[in-house]
Design a protein around this ligand. Structure first.
Ligand code: SF4
Ligand code: SF4
Ligand code: SF4
Length: 271
């Protein structure tokens, strides 16, 4: 394992330790239509979102302004789950999401889901309906009865959330970072900042051998695959740095945007 990967894993595990319980509670039992959003008015006595959320909102906002989707690559616990699923063996056909035109269009699904989530927040989260007494006050975070009660009382929004989680986990078995690439509303929001952030990944033109169709992705010497199947600095890039340490010519580095060259695929845009 190379240094950037080691530091990234340490960072991801620390954030999983800090926010893993919140992640599980939000997906499985949050009494709101959209989890992780209304924590400051939540009746739950157990979910750590009530004190974690302000810190995470601040952290994600700062991270987005400074470094685009760095949060996705280095901190998000769900990203770590997707990374772990990605390490399992995959069918040859889905090792890279080049399903003709399908991948090109399906990755915009996350923007549709972002719009749907915003609509759901206004529709559900702002209402003060609380049929979840047992759910919000049950003693254990993984209490199965509480999850059953949430399933029974949660209505369509809860079932849709649960279905999305199942699809995300199953999809992650077939396509690396399936949820991040196709479905995550937060990822969709943060992707906009990849074009505006101060920090980006720059390429030293004098070192780059320009040896592939997508340069740092398809190069025959490139030892690791990009975890997002994309090009540095594009909207899908999560600033993980795997390509920085993987480039055999040391042509890539983290750097400030004003000094960076824009990385673009030679033939067709992919992100
Ligand atoms: S604190 Fe409440 S609103 Fe926030 S994720 Fe936890 S259960 Fe949901
Ligand atoms: S895309 Fe979403 S799930 Fe994936 S790492 Fe980013 S915030 Fe986390
Ligand atoms: S382009 Fe590089 S930094 Fe961006 S996601 Fe791929 S490997 Fe990570």
């Amino acid at each position: 394992m190379q240094p950037i990967t080691i530091w990234r894993r340490i960072s991801q595990v620390v954030f999983l330790g800090v926010a893993g319980t919140w992640l599980a509670f939000g997906w499985l039992r949050c009494p709101f239509g959209v989890p992780f959003v209304s924590c400051q008015s939540c009746p739950s006595t157990e979910c750590p979102g009530r004190y974690l959320q302000p810190w995470f909102v601040g952290l994600i906002a700062l991270s987005a302004i400074f470094s685009g989707r760095l949060f996705c690559g280095w901190a998000c616990p769900m990203g770590l789950v997707q990374d772990a699923l990605g390490r399992l063996p995959k069918p040859k056909a889905t090792r890279e999401p080049r399903f003709g035109q399908i991948d090109r269009y399906v990755k915009y699904l996350k923007y549709v889901l972002l719009a749907a989530v915003i609509a759901l927040i206004f529709q559900h989260n702002l209402q003060w309906a609380r049929p979840y007494e047992y759910v919000t006050r049950s003693p254990s975070i993984f209490n199965l009865n509480a999850i059953q009660v949430a399933w029974g009382l949660g209505g369509g929004a809860y079932k849709a959330r649960f279905a999305i989680l199942v699809v995300a986990l199953i999809g992650g078995l077939f396509v690396f970072r399936f949820f991040c690439r196709y479905m995550c509303p937060l990822g969709a929001l943060l992707s906009v900042f990849n074009k505006l952030s101060l920090l980006t990944i720059r390429r030293d033109e004098t070192r780059c051998k320009d040896c592939s169709e997508y340069r740092c992705k398809d190069c025959s010497e490139y030892p690791r695959e990009c975890i997002q199947y994309t090009v540095p600095g594009t909207t899908d890039c999560v600033m993980c740095g795997e390509c920085v340490q993987g480039c055999p010519h040391r042509a890539l580095s983290f750097g400030l945007r004003r000094r960076a060259s824009t990385l673009k695929p030679r033939n067709q845009p992919r992100a």
